[in-house]
Design a protein around this ligand. Structure first.
Ligand SMILES: [Zn+2]
Length: 385
């Protein structure tokens, strides 16, 4: 057996959800790590915030890891990037338990985020936020698939041929129906952790299923999650912008999801509330439909503030008709659902930075707890007379 006298530090991304752009070795213990970033179908709207990598051979060496290549564009406006002093990454030594990196500095001039890591072991993982991969979802599904209150339908296939699924929790046609949608954007893992928390609560708490049927789209972009993407599908389409476009080839994900809602409505099903859950770096808010449903929106917002760790950075707001006037392919899911069927669609953003209610940077257990709180709050909302 050959044993190296001095192990070299190596950086890997060849695993589910792993991602980095260029890797530059400045010295044996100093690396510059480019964030790969995602661009849309026209090469615009670059968003560079998802990175997830593994370091090996790190034992006993203090490492300097510079996260670079951050600037991007959002809704066609240039920015310095989403990664700042407010968004330290998470670190794990076993690939499943995560905490935030404590020693870091942000240099707005480059811009770059410099991490200083004194490794507690020779191998560790670092990511923008705690990963939630297709495999994580498959483990949840495996755990709950025998439950008679749980049913899965395949509603289509992604560009990359992965199954798109719809989960139903609660048997039969209940009076009220709530739709919950998670992970339209692949970097937003907090959405999935909250989704898992909601699903577990709905299966554990029979009172939540007595008068409400729950339709859940647990993961909208399985290809993006697998490739370590940021916000576009394999063809470059933003899955929360193209709800005014019908194109089953370029964006089969949206076609499948809208088709599932349409089939439900065509069968006489109700949609008492539709919520899509997202993450941002520093803002947190609830946005209601472009028109109508104002009283429902107000009560929803109040319940979330009172009963959950939702900590809004602004008042309740309402979506405009589209995100970019005069341009096709710019409607979010709630804008599209309102245009087509006047549905009460809501979009929630939750920040990954410091949450003043939690009094810390959110971790998976906080998201899961929020998911359970969300399920209970929504149940209270829609089951009110
Ligand atoms: Zn999003």
């Amino acid at each position: 057996m050959w044993l190296p006298v001095l192990a070299l530090v190596t950086i890997q991304t060849q695993f589910d959800g792993g991602s980095l752009g260029r890797i530059e070795k400045v010295s044996e213990t100093h690396f510059r790590l480019g964030v790969k970033g995602d661009k849309d179908q026209d090469g615009r709207n670059r968003q560079a915030n998802w990175y997830y990598f593994r370091v090996d051979g790190a034992s006993g060496k203090e490492l300097t890891l510079d996260i670079v290549d951050l600037p991007g564009e959002y809704n066609y406006k240039a920015n310095e990037g989403a990664i700042t002093k407010d968004t330290p990454p998470v670190i794990s030594y076993d690939g499943s338990h995560w905490r935030h990196v404590e020693s870091f500095e942000y240099d707005p001039a480059e811009p770059k985020l410099r991490l200083r890591v004194k490794p507690e072991g020779s191998r560790f993982w670092i990511a923008h936020v705690a990963p939630y991969t297709n495999e994580t979802l498959a483990r949840l599904r495996h755990e709950i698939e025998g439950n008679p209150e749980f049913r899965e339908e395949k509603i289509g296939k992604s560009v990359g041929g992965r199954d798109l699924v719809l989960w139903t929790i609660g048997r039969g046609h209940r009076k009220k129906t709530v739709w919950l949608m998670f992970r339209q954007h692949s970097w937003e893992t907090g959405s999935s952790w909250a989704g898992e928390g909601a699903v577990r609560e709905l299966l554990a708490n029979a009172a939540l299923r007595r008068d409400v049927t729950w339709k859940i789209i647990p993961l909208c972009d399985p290809d993006g999650v697998a490739r370590g993407g940021v916000r576009f599908n394999l063809n470059g389409y933003d899955l929360n912008r193209n709800w005014d476009v019908v194109d089953a080839v370029k964006m089969p994900e949206i076609t499948a999801e809208r088709g599932a809602v349409k089939r439900w409505l065509d069968q006489g099903g109700r949609v008492d509330l539709f919520l899509s859950l997202h993450n941002t770096e520093t803002v947190e808010y609830l946005e209601g439909p472009p028109a109508g449903h104002r009283e429902l929106a107000r009560r929803f917002y109040e319940l979330l503030v009172e009963r959950t760790t939702f900590f809004p950075s602004r008042e309740l707001s309402f979506a405009s008709e589209t995100t970019t006037a005069g341009m096709k392919g710019r409607m979010t899911v709630i804008q599209g659902l309102y245009k087509d069927w006047k549905l009460p669609g809501f979009l929630m953003e939750q920040r990954i930075s410091y949450n003043g209610k939690l009094k810390r940077l959110p971790l998976p257990e906080d998201r899961m707890r929020f998911g359970a709180e969300l399920a209970r709050a929504v149940h209270t909302l829609v089951s009110a007379p």
